[in-house]
Design a protein around this ligand. Structure first.
Ligand code: GUN
Length: 281
């Protein structure tokens, strides 16, 4: 059996087209154009690519993108004062600070400084708390994008045994909360988990976000399982690969995301959805 491909690229393109239409309507009605501030500190090459993709998506749908490419030497005080300014601006609906930040800046302090109502990444403890209490306001983009992709593909999740590999604030923890909220039975695995292979082999749905190329072996996958690979790793030869051994896993899974072209475009489409939600509120 060879798995069906979960086509995040195509679903995200549909979502962007819908958002573009909605933005045109808002602007026609004389309402505010959605504005997203994207802040990059330093020159992490992967972050530069992600930020460029986010800005391009903003342009495509007609958002006003307010870009700040700041030097690595930017102090925490300077970054916090920029956030204070953006929190006040009525033309800025979303504020995104690309992570990771340089070591001399505390990501926690920066995230907590963003007005939670403009926190389109969904990383502020307020928004994580809303998600955890089933009163979702702005949900973290990657896990929420995964949920949208599964829903649009018509894959029911209620009652499934879901295994999330990786317990990061950006992916694993909010992914587990999203899956709990649709009544999957969720196991979260991390670097101290015993017998990961056994855990994964019991999963009807496995979501992997660890940032280690091919870490989850194809042979671990339960026949017919749904496999979501959030990883995007650049190998020495320049090729991109996920956290799951795709070629072997696709022979066992019923559905699988490709890398690239799976989860990545859904993350960006969800960021646009979140920004539009704030602009409309
Ligand atoms: N770094 C890796 N993923 C993300 C993301 O979704 N948002 C931000 N701000 N930084 C990231």
């Amino acid at each position: 059996m060879s798995a069906n491909i979960l086509d995040g690229k195509a679903i995200a393109a549909e979502l962007r087209a819908e958002i573009k239409q909605e933005v045109a309507q808002l602007v026609n009605q004389g309402k505010t154009q959605p504005g997203l501030a994207v802040i990059l500190v330093g020159e992490n090459p992967a972050s530069q690519v992600y930020v460029r993709n986010k800005k391009n998506a903003c342009k495509e749908v007609g958002f006003n993108d307010v870009a700040y490419d700041l030097p690595a030497s930017t102090s925490q005080v300077e970054l916090l004062s920029l956030i204070d300014e953006l929190n006040q601006r009525v033309d800025v609906h979303g504020i995104l600070v690309q992570l990771p930040l340089p070591d001399h800046i505390s990501a926690e302090t920066v995230i907590e400084r963003i007005n939670p109502l403009k926190d389109v990444d969904g990383f502020h403890p307020y928004n994580v708390g809303r998600l955890a209490t089933r009163m979702t306001n702005l949900a973290p983009c990657t896990p929420h994008g995964v949920m949208t992709m599964l829903a649009k593909t018509g894959i029911p999740l209620r009652g499934l045994n879901a295994v999330v590999v990786g317990a990061s604030n950006i992916v694993g923890i909010p992914m587990a909360l999203e899956l709990l909220n649709v009544r999957a039975t969720v196991t979260v695995c991390h670097s101290a988990t015993k017998d990961l292979a056994q855990k994964v082999s019991e999963a009807d749905l496995v979501v992997v976000g660890v940032g280690i190329p091919n870490m989850v072996k194809g042979e671990w996958i339960k026949p017919g399982a749904i496999v979501i690979d959030v990883g995007i790793n650049r190998l020495d030869d320049g090729k991109l690969c996920g956290d799951v051994e795709f070629d072997v896993a696709k022979e066992k899974a019923s559905w699988i995301t490709p890398v690239p072209g799976g989860v990545g475009p859904m993350t960006i489409a969800t960021l646009l959805q979140n920004t539009l939600q704030v602009a409309k509120s």
